[in-house]
Design a protein around this ligand. Sequence first.
Ligand code: PLP
Length: 369
Amino acid sequence: VFNFSAGPAMLPLPVLEQARDEMLCLPGVGASVLEISHRSPAFIAIIEAAEANLRTLLGVPDDYAILFLQGGGRLQFWMTAANLIGDLGAQKGKSADYLLTGSWGKQAMAEAKKAGPVRVAYDSSATNFDRLPAPFCEGAAKMDLDPDAAYVHYTCNETIQGVQFPTEPDTGGVPLVCDASSDFLHKPLDISKYGLIYACAQKNAGPAGVTIVVVKKDLVANASPDLPVYCNYNTHIADNSLNNTPPTFSIYIVKLVTEWLMQEFGDLKAVHHHNQKKAGLLYDVLDASPDFYIGHAQPGCRSLMNVAFRLPSDDLTDAFLSGAKKRNLTDLKGHRSVGGARASIYNAMPIEGVEALRDYMVEFRSEQG
Ligand code: PLP
């Protein structure tokens, strides 16, 4: 089965096989990874390797910490704001700018508002989040940025709408806070452009249960010690993500996924190239039949990870989805706020899966006359 779920999503087969082989007994340890203390030398070696792999793949400099947290992307919606704005934030007195380019960014802002003052600096909800600000999308409104903002929050890939920033928005020096939950590790990043990046792992980086945060240490250094201990980034920076019991199994899988990326592709440039090739196969089908497969994202902001499109009617959508299932192409139903279909093609989706979907789409179109 090729599973096009938006997440939790497919994991690389070699990762699943290694996890199966090591499930009862980690080599050299004599116990399962599920049974060992998070303070044991064996687990410390795993978490350190996961961090080192991420540092290598993304080129993360030493003045940034890499944290392995729980609570998913949703806890980060509030936690980023609580550490930076509001009474307990490192930049108390300032407000934060939000770019609303999809459902997740909107939810991120709603949670942040509970921690401190926020402003909308861009909002494409009037067109059901189908575009990015100019200059990314021609004819779209520009961002309205506050030069004194504590940070600019954006969602680099909106999983539901399939709208992705091709590169970072220019904030004129205001720190960028980025929700990279659904495209983390899909291409190289210039980390120095970011104040903080967070990503739940269950799409591109591993299984559910762990959320990876890459944070510039001095950005959050002045967050108040009155924040709940778990919700203060400085706790996890000081304790190397071992203040409480971390999601040990999920971190172990992140280690295997990052090893797989390095062995299979070498670097994230090659991963990006592969993702462009995969997404191109599907967008070519959309472009060949724009009245039949109606892409949601406007040109200039199409996602390489989530290809969202509608068909001309609900009946055709149902027929498309059930025909796909018969071919073992599953989880293609679009989110209810967009409708239609959505193919999530993260790093672990092999090109054979995308080719099988492409062939089915071409056939289904021609069958309809
Ligand atoms: N942000 C984005 C872009 C997402 O796609 C998701 C989940 O799909 C989330 C945040 C929420 O993550 P979680 O379910 O881990 O809280």
